[in-house]
Design a binder for this molecule. Sequence first.
Ligand code: HEC
Length: 117
Amino acid sequence: MKLLVLVCVLSVGVVFSVPAQKKDPKLDNTQIAKTKEIFNARCVRCHGIDGKGETELGARLHVPDFTADAWPEPGVTDADLASTIRTGRDEMPAFGKKLTRDEINHLIIYIHSLRKP
Ligand code: HEC
């Protein structure tokens, strides 16, 4: 019984010590091209090609401006953004079944890159 408890504690420790998301802020050119393609195909109608959300649908649904200084809101991590993309929120559709984890992580890196001129 003691051993079981120890094993449980250890495995919880392992799970929590693994970083929630591997930081990989650099995409190579192929990844950028592919991610841009996905963004243009699936996200642009609401979020706009520049991520500002200045589309008709974006304005109606109040999408966040990914290029604003105040975005993401304090305390919102990339893991939170990934979870929003996976499971959706309010009018934001869920993409967890349509996109792979890597595709979603690359989209987040891509979205962050839209801020730079
Ligand atoms: C039908 C319109 C629509 C589409 C298509 C859409 N989104 Fe969204 N998205 C929204 C709305 C609306 C919100 C704000 C949700 C809320 O918080 O109420 C949002 C929120 C988000 C957020 C969270 C922002 C934050 O500050 O927490 C991310 C990240 C995001 N979208 C990425 C994407 C990506 C990537 C795609 C394409 C794969 C996509 N969205 C497609 C409407 C859309």
